[in-house]
Design a protein around this ligand. Structure first.
Ligand SMILES: [Zn+2]
Length: 55
């Protein structure tokens, strides 16, 4: 039995810069992170949305 594992990720593919997964990579603002990490990032930096709040 021989198992051949070919990885076709090489260059050209994108991976999450946070966890390193290749699934659901989102390139928003050049972040290149998966949808899971992007949520954490947004939560951290604080999603800049329209909101008039003096502070
Ligand atoms: Zn990730």
């Amino acid at each position: 039995m021989q198992e051949k594992r070919e990885i076709k990720y090489g260059k050209g593919s994108r991976r999450c810069r946070r966890c390193g997964t290749h699934q659901a990579i989102i390139r928003r603002g050049g972040l290149y992170v998966c949808r899971r990490c992007i949520r954490e990032i947004y939560a951290k930096i604080g999603f800049k949305k329209t909101g008039g709040r003096g502070g």
